[in-house]
Design a protein around this ligand. Structure first.
Ligand SMILES: [Zn+2]
Length: 988
């Protein structure tokens, strides 16, 4: 309910406006109301009603917010940077990607950061918040290229870099404005108080980190299986993958013919057993199962488990197949009934060679063999695993451990994910040539299966639904293929990073485990990308294609780029880098964008006061495998034992009201800009409403957003506005000299104690980044303690008592304190409203954030203990008054007299206390005792408080009538002023 709607003035207005539309007969029916209304009018000039220019609401909130924007964002940041002398607080901004408009995830992220910064500013800190943008990388490059008709392979790298840069800079302009529209405090217009990963200085600092890592021998260039996105034509880091649970593959069972010409003793025994049962010369076939038929050309061995038991079984077609014993029940469902001919221990199969489908029987290549791997279990497949070191990380590790790694990893797939001529010769024919140029994830797989089927290698095919990695940007499946890449070894850094977690505070606490498990799972970091839009890897190769990693060469290349800019790596003559060295050529790879953003901590090195560790980093929970890691690794790699941050705060994703993930592509996205500005005919909610939504959710989990939650946030905002506006209206112009003098009135003391208590609660909630707890405490205080209780009691005192009456002066003092503190408490969440209220109150131009907020430490236990029973009595009276009003035995509670009797040792003191604080209960008169017999009791109740106080309360209609000035039932006769009002009017 709007506070202003409770003013005595309003009912009269309503009556008057109503009377304009009714007939004279009807008008007579209202005569008594009319008399009161008319006579009230006489006294309205003597009432001290709230006065403020502040409007009840803004039709377009964003217009008012725009008026206050610079004051509370850019100017405020600059002001505090210059004038605040308190301790520095560093919130290090993780850069959003400079691509397109902001989505709600960005908005939630920056608003949460702003809550923290503004709170810390209010508490006296100087804030270091330098927002930045991540500018390089594939999506920006692709977006820029999509506007051209040419393919990227037809463009010069310098041209690609030029258009991609323009694309990023354009997005920055858009996003900057959108952040401003959310009221984010920062020095947005200054290049030095914002950053971009394409800034020359930024790039050079980043290359220095790379140089140091090379010096520390943490960087290596080698051919290895890597996740590769054919759609994006680049290698991807694990952090750039998303996994889909429902990926469907064509899985196949393939029989490789074993070469048993030189069997192990165990295998020999099994062979003779098979021979005795079948009567023929047995040809054993090793059965493998794979979900990536396209990887068979890369097959280099079959892994088994040496401790498992294998069986030779025969199918109806008479083939003798080798499978793991434990897998037979499952395989019979696919391969049909099998007859067991012999068993064989896994270890007896080791070393057995077999014929490769792509080698041909007379191939000069070393024959692939069976080997042991701990990774083989009885949980899936056949118990014999197709192993291709170019296409699997475990396969690679197995071969490496066995010393079997071929010099050249067979990986006949190009950057677009198609088979190359290296695919090899198919058995005895050249039919494999049909595979060349076909995409391995499409027609290449189908052709492969046809070939295997045609020539008798294929036993069965089954569709297989499983978890599969996808390119997180293009949402297409990735493959694993061996490519030459730059890797940072994480072996030593990983344990340093995990040890460092003990020194970092995590909010929520369980996010530590998440980061730790991501760190545990990483052995190395592929930092190279085969694209042009990025920071170059400034390494030369010699004429034998070996990287030149000596210190002098790398350092020279970086110094050239420092002088001439990163573009020079592509556009400058090779002699600028290689001098006279013949055959030297440049690496054409760029650094992973996670290396870019991982270097952002270098910005903090330049801060004064020696602070270079951020107090807080706050990002979406996906950054556990992104920025949180890459910052840790790049800093720990410098070997200085420092950490990039003290506290990590994470937030969840935004879901629509049905619980689906919000995304532009799914069509359920709400854009922050539309929420703030509105769309078509619908007015926007403004930034403060959006911010209140962000404050109201438990952001550490996934959160929902929709029209109903926004409407609710707008309603909360309206209530805060209403309370603030009332307080501004009654307290009048703010004066700094109004010192906080202690009120002697019990209710005032209680309210101030409540204020101190809520203030501590709100500050503690901000300190622990629990904004929903802060908001909840503020709104509960505004709704219950102030609106429902205090304002209800003191409105009569403020409007109707004499202007300098001590009770009124004390109440005003309390109102000032409530307003001042409420403003501080709500300002971090709703800065525009806080500035507007502050401006309306003080009339000044300074910001509400300039004055430091020091929460009260006082408490008034005595007042609290004395007031609590009176509040219980008040509620009991309001409750029975409501019942009486509903059944028609009473009009308003103000027309009733309250009669109270008590028993028990504490009751008398409470009743005396009540009698001296009559204002607390909104009745005509309070009397101790029972009503005389000629007074009709309209309501009654009993109330037990504690162990030793028992009250009986009765209500009767008051014999007094409504005072035409204050509307309290305290006049002895109709039309006469009550004693209080008489005194006030005479004084006037
Ligand atoms: Zn009166």
């Amino acid at each position: 309910m709007d506070i202003f709607s409770r003013l005595p003035l309003l009912p009269r207005r309503i009556v008057q406006s109503y009377l304009q539309d009714v007939s004279p007969q009807q008008r007579r029916l209202f005569s008594s109301t009319c008399t009161v209304a008319e006579s009230s009018k006489k006294y309205s000039a003597t009432l001290l009603l709230p006065k403020t220019e502040m409007p009840t609401r803004h039709k377009k909130p964003v217009v008012e917010e725009q008026r206050l924007r610079a004051k509370t964002t850019t100017r405020l940041y600059a002001w505090q940077n210059e004038h605040r002398s308190g301790p520095l607080f560093v919130l290090h901004d993780g850069p959003p990607y400079a691509n397109g408009n902001l989505h709600m995830g960005h908005a939630l992220n920056k608003v949460l950061k702003d809550f923290i910064n503004r709170y810390k500013l209010l508490r006296g800190h100087r804030i270091h918040f330098v927002p930045g943008w991540d500018c390089h990388g594939l999506p920006i490059e692709q977006k820029a290229l999509s506007k051209l008709t040419k393919k990227h392979t037809e463009l010069d790298p310098i041209e690609i870099r030029r258009i991609a840069k323009a694309e990023a800079l354009e997005a920055i302009v858009t996003q900057k404005q959108e952040f401003l529209d959310l009221g984010i405090m920062a020095d947005w217009d200054s290049d030095s108080n914002t950053y971009r990963s394409l800034d020359h200085d930024f790039e050079m600092r980043e290359l220095k980190l790379f140089e140091r890592m090379v010096e520390r021998r943490l960087v290596a260039y080698r051919k290895r299986p890597t996740y590769f996105s054919p759609a994006s034509r680049t290698a991807l880091a694990e952090s750039e993958l998303t996994y889909r649970e429902d990926h469907q593959s064509r899985s196949i069972y393939v029989a490789f013919e074993a070469d048993t010409s030189q069997p192990s003793p165990g295998l020999k025994a099994a062979l003779s057993e098979v021979q005795s049962k079948t009567g023929g010369d047995p040809t054993l076939k090793l059965v493998i199962w794979t979900t990536t038929p396209w990887s068979l050309p890369g097959n280099a061995g079959v892994a088994i488990n040496k401790d498992a038991i294998y069986e030779v079984v025969s199918r109806s077609d008479g083939q003798a197949l080798v499978i793991m014993q434990d897998r037979r029940p499952h395989l019979e469902e696919i391969l049909g009934p099998c007859r067991v001919l012999a068993t064989i221990r896994g270890e007896d199969l080791i070393g057995t060679p077999y014929y490769h489908p792509f080698h041909g029987r007379n191939s000069s290549e070393r024959a692939p063999v069976v080997f042991h791997s701990d990774n083989v279990s009885s949980s899936s497949g056949t118990g014999l695993v197709h192993s291709a070191p170019a296409h699997g990380h475990d396969d690679y590790t197995d071969f490496q451990a066995l010393g079997l790694l071929p010099d050249v990893l067979r990986s006949p797939i190009d950057d677009s994910g198609c088979f190359t001529a290296e695919v090899g010769q198919w058995s005895q024919s050249d039919v494999a040539g049909s595979l060349i140029g076909e995409p391995v994830l499409g027609k290449g797989t189908a052709l492969m299966i046809d070939l295997l089927g045609r020539d008798g290698w294929l036993l069965a095919e089954a569709k297989h639904k499983h978890k599969y990695p996808y390119d997180w940007k293009s949402h297409t499946p990735v493959i694993v293929r061996a490519t030459s890449q730059w890797f940072v070894s994480l072996e030593s850094l990983r344990s340093l990073a995990i040890d460092a977690l003990d020194k970092i505070a995590f909010h929520p606490a369980q996010s530590r485990q998440r980061l730790e498990s991501f760190l545990q799972s990483r052995a190395e970091w592929c930092i190279s990308r085969q694209r042009s839009w990025g920071v170059p890897i400034p390494v030369l190769f010699d004429s034998d294609d070996r990287p030149i990693l000596d210190r002098a060469s790398l350092s020279h290349n970086i110094s050239v780029l420092k002088e001439k800019g990163a573009d020079h790596w592509w556009s400058g003559p090779i002699r600028d880098f290689a001098g006279n060295q013949t055959g030297a050529h440049r690496s054409m790879d760029t650094l992973d964008v996670w290396f870019d953003s991982g270097s952002t901590w270098t910005l903090l090195n330049e801060l004064d006061r020696g602070v270079f560790t951020a107090d807080v980093c706050l990002e979406g929970s996906d950054q556990h495998r992104g920025w949180f890691q890459s910052q840790l690794f790049t800093l720990l790699a410098q070997g200085e034992g420092r950490l990039p941050y003290k506290s990590l705060i994470t937030h969840g994703f935004i879901l629509d009201e049905k619980g689906s993930k919000m995304s532009k592509s799914a069509g359920n996205g709400l854009s922050p800009s539309d929420i703030v500005h509105g769309v078509e005919n619908k007015a926007g909610y403004g930034a403060d409403a959006l911010r209140l939504w962000a404050a109201s959710v438990d952001y550490q989990r996934d959160v929902t957003l929709g029209q109903s939650s926004l409407t609710q946030a707008a309603e909360t905002l309206r209530r805060l506005r209403s309370v603030s506006r009332f307080l501004v209206g009654v307290t009048g112009p703010y004066s700094k000299s109004s010192s906080e003098t202690a009120s002697k009135f019990l209710l005032d003391r209680y309210i101030l104690d409540e204020l101190a208590s809520v203030e501590r609660e709100v500050a503690a909630a901000y300190e622990s980044f629990a904004f929903n707890r802060a908001l909840n405490a503020i709104t509960t205080f505004c709704a219950s303690t102030t609106s429902t209780l205090y304002f209800d009691v003191i409105k009569d005192i403020l409007y109707c008592n004499a202007v300098h009456d001590p009770r009124r002066a004390a109440a005003l003092q309390v109102c000032r304190q409530v307003l001042q503190t409420t403003l501080k408490m709500m300002a971090p969440l709703v800065p525009h409203l806080a500035e507007e209220v502050h401006e309306a109150w003080t009339g000044g131009s300074c910001s509400v954030f300039e004055e430091v907020w020091t929460p009260r430490t006082t408490s008034d236990e005595v007042a609290r203990n004395l007031t609590m029973p009176l509040l219980r009595l008040r509620q009991a009276v309001i409750n029975i008054g409501e019942v009486a009003r509903t059944d028609g035995s009473l009009g308003q509670l103000s027309e009733a007299d309250m009669w109270i009797t008590g028993s028990g040792s504490a009751s008398q003191a409470t009743i005396e206390n009540l009698l001296s604080n009559e204002e607390i209960i909104p009745v005509s008169q309070i009397k101790q005792g029972v009503p005389p017999s000629d007074r009709t009791v309209v309501a009654t109740t009993n109330l037990i408080l504690g162990d030793d106080a028992d009250y009986e309360i009765k209500l009767t209609r008051s014999v007094l009538v409504k005072c035409p000035r204050c509307w309290k039932h305290r006049s002895t006769s109709e039309g006469q002023l009550c004693a209080r009002c008489q005194g006030v009017v005479v004084m006037e």
